[in-house]
Design a protein around this ligand. Sequence first.
Ligand SMILES: [Fe+2]
Ligand SMILES: [Fe+2]
Length: 280
Amino acid sequence: MAAQTLAEMAVEVLTTADGRAKTALGRRHAAAWFAARAAGAPLPIGQAQPPLRPARPAKPDLLPPRDVPRRRPGSEAGRIALLHAVGHIELNAVDLHWDIIARFTHHPMPPGFYDDWVKAADEEAKHFNLICDCLEAMGSHYGALPAHAGMWRAAEDTAEDLLGRLAVVPMVLEARGLDVTPGMIEVFRKAGATGAVAALETIYAEEVGHVAYGSKWFNWLCGREGRDPKDVFHDLVRRYFHGSLKPPFNAEKRAEAGLPPDFYWPLVDGPEADAEQGAE
Ligand SMILES: [Fe+2]
Ligand SMILES: [Fe+2]
């Protein structure tokens, strides 16, 4: 039997519904990809038809964001709700990274493009499992609470546009994670929740890499087409991202990930943007 292609592996992950099963399968496929690369016999990328929406478990119930109960992190229940929301983001991220692998195979990309997204998908699987472990240690589990519907929207909106996908997913949404994670780590540190602090610190460190992969390949594609990455980024975020970007930004980690301020500040509306202009 011919070896499974990377695109087929990605679709297999996307069509697996259960969170723990999805992440276990993804981690096996990532290990197979990197073992083949190390042996000098890379797996073929191939082609496959990713689903418009990935398979997901029956629980959690998915609600419009305004109907998801507010989280007050001062209580144990609030901290469980916060971790549950992070778990939902991580599971979505697993699917987002396998989706970019399967969906854009008609764009010829170097093997390093696939290395980066397989590694990112593998790390998201680890993140989801770490958060599930924390939830279970606190007497809850992923699926116990409702979660945001609509998190897949960015993927659907950019299903036909690789540059748009890179702009909105790693360079806007995952970069936002760099802005908000330190505050979240503080919440759990104050509560003495050392397990959650360790999980969130792992997530924080590895997410810098995912944003960096996004800006690396975004710049690479713009360079191949002789276009100015900053202008292209502004156009695509305005086209595909609903709403303006929200400061405060984690300027240091964004810089580490290859995102300079002139990429994101022009996409901020309102008084904060004016204050920043005035500061110059
Ligand atoms: Fe993650
Ligand atoms: Fe990520």
